[in-house]
Design a protein around this ligand. Structure first.
Ligand code: CA
Length: 395
């Protein structure tokens, strides 16, 4: 008992010491920001009653043990729903998109695909206050120099009047708006594309679309060129692969690699190309060009770039990949994920909100269900789990 009490006293002391440290840290940040030209009124508003956000630190420290297979990742990002939504947006914003194509030379389908994947066409932008998240990260010593830079940028955006402080909300790491730019990216790249004098990627669709086009242009987009295409590998191909192993297209052609679609537009044989094998040599294979790298620079993951590239193709009327992913349990669309969640609820499992996003609660429920039917519990919302849930009796 005595030990427990002194432990309690100790943890209280540690807590108040932390609180003091946080306050001191905030005071220091205020001072530095002031010295950098952020006005006292902006600082007072931004830091008023600020408290650390523990959920941001949890998100920073979270290392997902569940690694999403690429076929799950793509099945959720490039589903019929997003293709239909994207086609509606192409119509709705055709004038703006034509202007963006004209000014930046970036194809409209790619711009809309980025919009669809980054924020589900502006619907999901994140809800955390940027200043609070960034101050939490800086004061907890997490990548301090990086997040400090993002904090200064956030304060300057608020001060400029382009986007008011209360609209500067986003992901735990500071990405915000319909384009999910980091604040420093916003400062370098965002444009006022509706001509109202403000660069508002939160509430203005034209500003968001123009800013995305500007990003891709600055990332080296080659106007009129395609990102790449699906290819057929010759049997037993053992030559070079990987996005950064580039060689003239002619080298790949010589190895017997050819487009799956016979009517595929193919650039000059001297074009620098790379062979992408996202799931190894037995899955879909792609020849990719400079524009694939431009998309990659938006978010440095090959699966991300492939999802944008593929969604752009689907938006312009292209089909699904020809080669199946090397799995006997393919991924599910968001509509199917919602069905998985609905069926779990109907069968007595608690999954939280039915939103088509398979988070921790959904994965736990799926694992329990898998155990109950005697299959390996991996928590994945694949086609097999969906079929098994459809066949299972409601509670
Ligand atoms: Ca504007």
């Amino acid at each position: 008992m005595k030990n427990a009490l002194s432990a309690l006293a100790l943890s209280c002391a540690a807590l108040s010491a932390n609180a003091q440290t946080f306050e001191a840290c905030v005071a220091g940040l205020k001072q530095t920001a002031g010295a950098q030209g952020v006005s006292a009124s902006t600082l007072d508003l931004a830091f008023k009653g600020i408290e650390p956000d523990e959920t941001v630190l949890k998100a920073f420290d979270f290392q997902p043990e569940f690694r999403t297979p690429i076929w799950d990742y793509l099945a959720g990002l490039v589903d019929d729903e997003r293709v239909a939504d994207g086609q509606a947006k192409l119509k709705e914003w055709s004038k703006t998109l034509a202007e963006a194509e004209q000014k930046y030379g970036v194809d409209r389908h790619t711009i809309v695909a980025v919009w669809g994947v980054e924020s589900n066409f502006g619907r999901i932008q994140g809800t955390r206050e940027l200043v609070r998240s960034l101050v939490t990260l800086v004061c907890a010593n997490k990548r301090q120099a990086f997040f400090k830079g993002e904090l200064w940028a956030t304060l300057k955006i608020a001060q400029s009047g382009d986007i008011p402080l209360q609209n500067l909300v986003g992901s735990w790491a500071g990405a915000f708006g319909q384009t999910q730019f980091m604040p420093t990216t916003y400062q370098r790249i965002a444009v006022d594309f509706d001509g109202d004098g403000k660069r508002d990627i939160v509430n203005s669709v034209p500003d968001a679309l123009g800013s995305t086009a500007n990003f891709l242009k600055l990332a080296g987009w080659v106007s009129g060129a395609n990102w790449g295409y699906e290819v057929q590998l010759p049997k037993g191909y053992a030559g070079p692969s990987g996005r950064t192993t580039r060689q003239p297209l002619a080298q790949f052609t010589k190895s017997g690699i050819k487009p799956i679609r016979p009517d595929q537009a193919v650039p000059s044989e001297t074009t620098q190309a790379a062979l992408l094998l996202p799931a190894g040599p037995t899955g879909p294979a792609f020849i990719v060009f400079r524009n694939f790298d431009a998309i990659y620079s938006y978010n440095a993951a090959e699966s991300y770039a492939l999802s944008i590239a593929h969604l752009a193709d689907r938006l312009r009327g292209g089909g699904r990949f020809s080669t199946p992913w090397p799995t006997d349990d393919p991924g599910t669309s968001r509509a199917e994920r919602r069905e998985v969640q609905q069926l779990l609820v109907a069968r007595g499992y608690d999954i939280g909100e039915i939103d088509g996003m398979i988070g921790t609660k959904s994965r736990l429920a799926i694992s329990e269900f898998q155990t109950s039917i005697g299959v390996k519990a991996d928590g994945r919302a694949g086609q097999r789990v969906l079929q098994a849930l459809r066949a299972a009796k409601p509670k």
